[in-house]
Unconditional design. Structure first.
Length: 255
């Protein structure tokens, strides 16, 4: 059985954090530390990401099962889940499949609906990089700059590059598998009937990922939901406004 890589900090009631596309548990270290004063924080790497196993297939039911296997291996009966972007969809899928194992959930800047393709151009840019040609990360950054203008996005993506034993760069993520399964990652995770799961949906005020129509759909799917908007943040809510983000999460989980 292949299990997800995870990192644990703190003690108390566990909160498991699920990152988004091209992310990893490393991206959540600062937030994890901030939230670990009152609870145990478990940050995972999804399949084909970070230090977790690579697999040719990846969809939401499989990723929810991956989370369940980890929760079982840690001896946790009921878990609190927090997920960002596709990680939020993994959390909602977990609620669909294993509601009895979920105490409450925090979903960050994503709705359960199908989303349009917004990443194919990023895949194209990453595939165009011949990692063997470069010796320094700054060279990789410069090579991506013509296609990806945002330096913060380039830095985030290049966290997925590491050196092998010979000193050459390689992808830590399973880039081909993520591309092959990208359509599945865009798909809806809407439950067929309403789920009675205590939920908090946090949106970035400068993001368009959760619309007014999405709010109505979310309330139909998860009636016991509350909403919070952090005006100064975009899609990367936790990174752009970490203090406000952590305050909302802590207040919700402590209620």
């Amino acid at each position: 059985m292949q299990r997800l890589f995870y990192q644990i900090i703190g003690s108390g009631r566990p909160l498991l954090i699920v990152h988004g596309l091209f992310g990893s548990s490393d991206n959540w270290r600062a937030v994890g530390r901030a939230l670990s004063d009152k609870r145990q924080i478990i940050s995972v790497d999804l399949r084909n990401h970070g230090r977790s196993f690579h697999h040719q297939h990846q969809d939401y039911p499989q990723m929810a099962e991956d989370i369940l296997q980890l929760v079982d291996s840690l001896g946790i009966n009921q878990i609190d889940l927090l997920g960002h972007s596709i990680g939020g969809k993994v959390v909602m899928q977990f609620a669909k499949q294993y509601a009895h194992r979920l105490r409450q959930m925090v979903v960050v800047d994503i709705a359960p609906r199908h989303y349009p393709d917004t990443h194919s151009w990023i895949f194209k840019s990453l595939f165009s990089l011949n990692l063997d040609q470069y010796q320094q990360r700054s060279q990789l950054d410069a090579a991506l700059a013509s296609d990806i203008k945002d330096a913060a996005v380039r830095q985030f993506l290049l966290m997925n590059v590491e050196k092998n034993d010979e000193g050459s760069f390689r992808w830590r993520i399973n880039l081909p598998a993520l591309f092959d399964n990208y359509a599945a990652l865009l798909s809806s995770v809407e439950p067929r009937q309403a789920l009675d799961v205590k939920s908090c949906f946090i949106a970035g005020g400068r993001s368009d990922h959760i619309s007014a129509v999405d709010r109505q759909s979310i309330r139909q799917c998860f009636p016991d939901s509350e909403f919070a908007v952090i005006d100064e943040a975009g899609h990367w809510v936790h990174a752009e406004a970490p203090k406000a983000f952590c305050q909302i999460v802590e207040q919700f989980l402590d209620d």
